[in-house]
Design a protein around this ligand. Structure first.
Ligand SMILES: Nc1ncnc2c1ncn2[C@@H]1O[C@H](COP(=O)(O)OP(=O)(O)OP(=O)(O)O)[C@@H](O)[C@H]1O
Length: 275
């Protein structure tokens, strides 16, 4: 059900073939926990999708599986528009931003962002242009020499985003990246991520607990339910409004939040019925 019916924002030209398609994916951990069961999700190039759901519904597990950081127990994951490596993953096409910035404290900002390129055998000198471009994208071009201890929480997260972008991935996976930040910093980083999404055409899958954050950022919200984790509702969110301070105060945004919130309550109730 569309939340509002106007035009789809930027990035839709690229929507020809799905970027990634999960079909009936299940994940059972060795502990016996069924984290996902029958999870299907098709992601088109250029989308900004939020995965929203109650704690423990399998959002992080789904994201990690897409990133190839965990095996699946059954089902399939296909990458119809990518060249696949021996691990079944699109080589170099995925950037991952974790909840914690996970920076190396003994390396400066430049060295931290260099890491993914270093792993590909690129020296600092050869990688300099790419590193500075990634830092410019997140507004940290003047902090290349700074160490993590000298940065605010929001700046550390920007470094983490630059590190994920430095390989120019097609897909950016973000696992509750701003959950630990104060509200003002979080809103600022939301705007920065939206800007880079529009500027680069990158596809984003963004895990969050926040109805408000998902309704602000996404052009599609996938609400998950727990026990076992799977898709409860798939909500396109289209608007002609710029996502900015005025959008946050708009009736359209309020309605979007209400619809998403109702869906989330439905997902929580559906999980209760299964217990
Ligand atoms: N490595 C693991 N071994 C065993 N069980 C796990 C493992 N990782 C996650 N789980 C379980 O799988 C289920 C889904 O966890 P997951 O972290 O994916 O949920 P989530 O929706 O991301 O939760 P949250 O919002 O709290 O981060 C939970 O019951 C969790 O305890």
């Amino acid at each position: 059900m569309p939340l509002a019916s106007v035009q789809i924002p930027a990035n839709t030209d690229a929507r020809k073939r799905p970027l990634v398609s999960m079909q009936s994916v299940s994940k059972v951990f060795s502990s016996g926990t069924v984290a996902l069961s029958g999870m299907s999700l098709t992601v088109e190039s250029g989308e900004f999708i939020s995965l929203l759901g109650p704690s423990g519904c399998g959002k992080s597990t789904a994201l990690r599986i897409i990133a190839g950081l965990g095996d699946i127990s059954s089902g399939t994951i296909d990458w119809p528009s990518s060249r696949i490596n021996s691990r079944g993953l699109p080589e170099g096409d995925i950037g991952f931003v974790f909840q914690e910035p996970t920076l190396m404290p003994w390396k400066n900002v430049f060295g931290n962002v260099h890491l993914p390129l270093k792993l590909r055998g690129m020296s600092k000198a050869a990688a300099r242009e790419e590193i500075m471009r990634a830092l410019t994208t997140v507004g940290l071009q003047d902090f290349a020499e700074a160490y993590p201890r000298e940065l605010s929480g929001g700046m550390k997260m920007r470094v983490s985003i630059a590190r994920a972008l430095v390989t120019k991935p097609k897909l950016l996976l973000m696992d509750e990246p701003f959950a630990a930040l104060d509200e003002i910093t979080r809103q600022k980083l939301n705007d920065d991520v939206l800007r880079l999404w529009k500027a680069t055409g990158i596809t984003v899958i963004f895990v969050t607990h926040s109805v408000f954050e998902s309704a602000y950022l996404s052009n599609r919200i996938v609400v998950m339910k727990a026990r076992p984790g799977r898709v409860h509702a798939d909500l396109p969110l289209v608007t002609s409004l710029e996502r900015d301070a005025y959008y946050r105060a708009s009736e359209e945004y309020r309605q979007a939040c209400e619809t998403v919130s109702r869906s989330l309550i439905g997902a929580i109730n559906a999980a209760k019925e299964n217990t």
